[in-house]
Design a protein around this ligand. Structure first.
Ligand SMILES: Cc1ncc(C[n+]2csc(CCOP(=O)(O)OP(=O)(O)O)c2C)c(N)n1
Ligand SMILES: [Mg+2]
Length: 759
């Protein structure tokens, strides 16, 4: 008789009880009560572990199970706010045991057993209590400070992971590559050189395009001989909520994937599974190659507390899965090895139940987050004085001369130049100043970028610091997170703004949220460079001229910067790098492509849009705008990027016939908007014109208008010129959906007329 049948026979409860947590709990007690040692005692040495190791793993499994049962019970009392559990997946204790607590781990929500077991490496941690604090959204939760139920721990190198399935895979791959990169980096590696990355997810999640991209990226890198020490652990329970994974699909899909070594392990039986898991972990650690560990599990008690499996699974199927409960198997092993009696197991089970319940009540007694200030504390750390100090740290001149060639070639000794050249030189200085910085993306190395912005950087700083990635924006941003996790300062480039959007979640849900969800214990500082916006003369159509900024502006904590001229661009990049270095923040630097090569402002050959390279300690504080014609008192134009030279041109033409004085405010920082400085200036005018090249809906302009109306007691009259809510057409037709100087002049004329009538 098979093990499964034996258990099935022993399980008396075949009721249609919809509370399957109760059934699973009863089954365990019932099963253990009836356990008798077998006539052929089990010897754990045969399975590759010691008695003590077994006892630890079994205890961790029980701890994890009791946490799940506690959560179901106390959810009803409103003391716990999360019920997705690990029941049926407790075999992942084997990974907790067989990896090190310094191996960075990116987990999914069924990693309770793993966490209980990994915690043994740091005895001061009480993983039950810590988990209860997280369940209770307590301010004392050591992982997130009460912001989310996450598996996370600074000491255990478990980077907190929230809810989006598969979104952690790109950064897990990035971290694996970062381990190898960090060994050679100036900042060194924060973990041992032979560390590996642990990355867990479910069977359904393995189909997600984000996951597929990460598998591909790992294989792509390994194929080229790079070390990619990552163990992907697919915890296969056969279901994604209610949708069945086709039988055999995971094996079929991953067994023969080039560049990723496939291993399979029994996650339901420690005796069978341990050596299988060990083989996979050892292979990854010693070979430094990507591994796919297919860990067979089952899912007990439904997807979450709110999920009634009886709606979509028949009772016989449920009973069959419940019979596979890995805790039953471990209990049997405990008895058959002679290590524990049935009573001792029940005692352990009840002791852990009490520990969980007591810890949960204790956690419930502690403070919760009760004010916005508390919630926001870890969202966007910002210490302007430290950022300033960091920008003022100058770089050794000899080092600069070595890179730029000779004193005369230092950019500050050169005549004024257009934006593309100034950004290029600015990046060189940044690479010199931050010797742990990395620059990467599509075509950035030998080619020097589509618009030559990164030209020569590859030659000067070598492929170790300037390199091409594969063509996948999710991977590029995943790499950035991974390198940052390993102590480096990444500057990823997304080739065009339109292509940020297909990888947006890597910033929105992941990079920008890490400080928040880890209570600022973990961070992934980076400056993402994105060429974008419209007006490329007759070139490219929508995707090369995308002017959508809304998707960036509503990402909490993200700084969005957008210069209109080369000297500003250099100084703003310096600020962002200092911010990344000091406060570990994530920012996006939008480079207006159409201004890259712009040299003239009013007429051909005037060179008025070329600027001198700023001295090395010059920078622009976040939020500081630039005002043109600051003596003007009649009309204020608020704008950014292409809107700045366009407004200057329009104003000059307008002033040929009209006496009204017009000031122009270049916002430079699009998120967060500097409410104070906008309102201070806007308050001095009775007429405001917002010139926004972005689309009308959800534009920067909307933000500016509402900021003025909200904050000024007597708001001035405000008009707006924006792009049209359209995709950008090809060729000259693109001009029809974007603001231009003539439209601005027309508007200024109307506004001036109205002012005169009102006066
Ligand atoms: C990107 C995304 N889409 C949908 C969901 C909702 N969701 C949460 S878990 C889940 C199923 C995941 O199944 P699987 O990967 O097999 O993990 P399991 O829950 O079975 O352990 C879904 C669809 C999500 N969290 N993230
Ligand atoms: Mg599943």
């Amino acid at each position: 008789m098979t093990f499964l049948n034996t258990i099935k026979n022993k399980i008396k409860s075949k009721s249609k009880n919809i509370n399957r947590a109760q059934v699973v709990d009863d089954n365990f007690k019932e099963f253990v009560k009836n356990l008798k040692p077998s006539e052929q005692p089990v010897n754990f040495a045969d399975f590759g572990f010691t008695n003590d190791e077994f006892m630890d793993m079994f205890e961790s499994q029980v701890m994890s199970r009791q946490l799940d049962l506690m959560a179901r019970a106390l959810r009803l009392e409103n003391k716990v706010f999360y019920t997705i559990g690990s029941s049926g997946h407790e075999g992942n204790v084997m990974l907790g045991r067989l990896t090190r607590h310094t191996d960075p781990a990116f987990l999914h929500y069924r990693s309770g057993g793993f966490m209980m077991e990994r915690s043994r490496y740091v005895p001061s941690i009480d993983p039950i209590y810590d988990t209860c604090l997280s369940f209770a959204a307590s301010k004392s939760d050591p992982a997130s400070g009460g912001r989310h139920k996450v598996w996370g721990s600074k000491e255990l190198w478990v980077l907190p992971q929230t809810s989006t399935i598969a979104s952690h895979l790109p950064k897990a791959v990035g971290t694996a590559l970062g381990i190898e990169m960090g060994k050679r980096s100036a900042s060194g590696l924060p973990i041992p050189d032979d560390s590996i990355v642990v990355c867990n997810f479910g069977d359904a999640s393995s189909n997600h395009s984000t996951a597929q991209g990460a598998f591909n990226a790992a294989a792509w890198a390994a194929y080229q001989g790079l070390d990619v020490p990552i163990i992907f652990i697919c915890e296969d329970n056969g279901l994604g909520i209610s949708v069945k994974t086709p039988a055999g699909w995971i094996e079929r899909n991953f067994k023969h994937r080039p560049g990723i070594q496939y291993f399979q392990a029994d996650g339901l039986d420690l005796a069978h599974g341990y050596r299988q898991v060990k083989r996979a972990v050892d292979f990854c650690r010693f070979e430094r190659k990507p591994v796919f560990l297919h860990l067979k599990t089952t899912r007990l008690m439904g997807h979450a507390g709110t999920d009634f499996e009886v709606d979509y699974r028949n009772i016989d199927e449920l009973i069959a899965e419940e019979a596979k409960d890995p805790l039953l198997k471990s209990a049997e092993l405990a008895v058959n090895s002679g290590l524990m009696t049935a009573d001792e197991i029940l005692d352990l089970y009840e002791t852990m139940n009490k520990r969980c319940m007591d810890s949960a009540y204790k956690a419930d007694d502690l403070d919760r987050l009760v004010s916005q200030d508390e919630i926001l504390k870890s969202l966007a750390p910002y210490t302007p004085d430290n950022v300033k100090k960091q920008t003022l740290k100058t770089v050794d001149k000899d080092k600069r001369i070595a890179i730029f060639g000779n004193e005369k070639l230092l950019p500050e000794n050169q005549p004024g130049k257009h934006m593309a050249i100034l950004i290029n030189k600015g990046l060189m200085d940044i690479m010199i100043k931050y010797d742990n910085s990395l620059l990467f993306g599509e075509d950035v190395a030998q080619k020097g970028g589509v618009y030559t912005l990164t030209k020569n950087l590859y030659k000067k700083f070598s492929a170790k610091r300037v390199f091409n990635t594969l063509l996948d924006e999710q991977t590029i941003l995943g790499l950035a997170q991974g390198y940052a996790n390993m102590g480096m300062l990444p500057m990823p480039e997304i080739q065009y703004l339109a292509y940020f959007h297909n990888a947006c979640d890597q910033i929105r849900g992941e990079a920008a949220s890490l400080q928040f969800f880890s209570n600022n214990q973990y961070s992934n500082p980076m400056v993402v460079r994105i060429p974008g916006l419209g007006y490329q003369k007759g070139f490219g159509g929508h995707f090369h001229n995308d002017n959508s900024i809304a998707a960036l502006r509503d990402i909490p904590a993200l700084i969005v910067a957008c210069p209109s001229r080369g000297d500003d661009a250099v100084m703003m990049m310096r600020t962002l790098m200092a911010l990344a270095h000091v406060d570990k923040r994530v920012s996006v630097f939008i480079e207006p492509i159409a201004l890259y090569m712009k040299k003239d402002l009013y007429k051909e050959g005037d060179n008025q849009w070329c600027f001198k390279y700023p001295d090395n300690e010059e920078y622009i504080p976040i939020g500081e705008a630039k005002i043109y014609n600051n003596k003007a008192t009649d009309i204020l134009i608020i704008t950014y990027a292409n809107g700045v030279p366009m407004s200057l041109e329009a104003t000059r033409k307008f002033n040929k016939k009209h006496p009204e004085t017009v000031a122009i405010m270049d916002l430079r920082w699009l998120q967060p908007l500097n409410t104070q400085s906008i309102c201070k200036l806007a308050g001095k005018f009775d007429t405001i014109l917002v010139v926004d090249e972005g689309r009308e809906s959800a534009s920067v302009g909307e933000g500016v208008v509402s900021c003025i109306i909200d904050n000024l007691e007597k708001p001035p009259k405000i008009s707006k010129i924006t792009g049209v809510d359209s995709f950008t057409p090809l060729g000259d037709a693109s001009a029809l959906v974007l603001p231009n100087a003539d439209i601005i002049i027309d508007k200024l004329v109307k506004l001036a007329k109205k002012r005169r009538l009102d006066a």
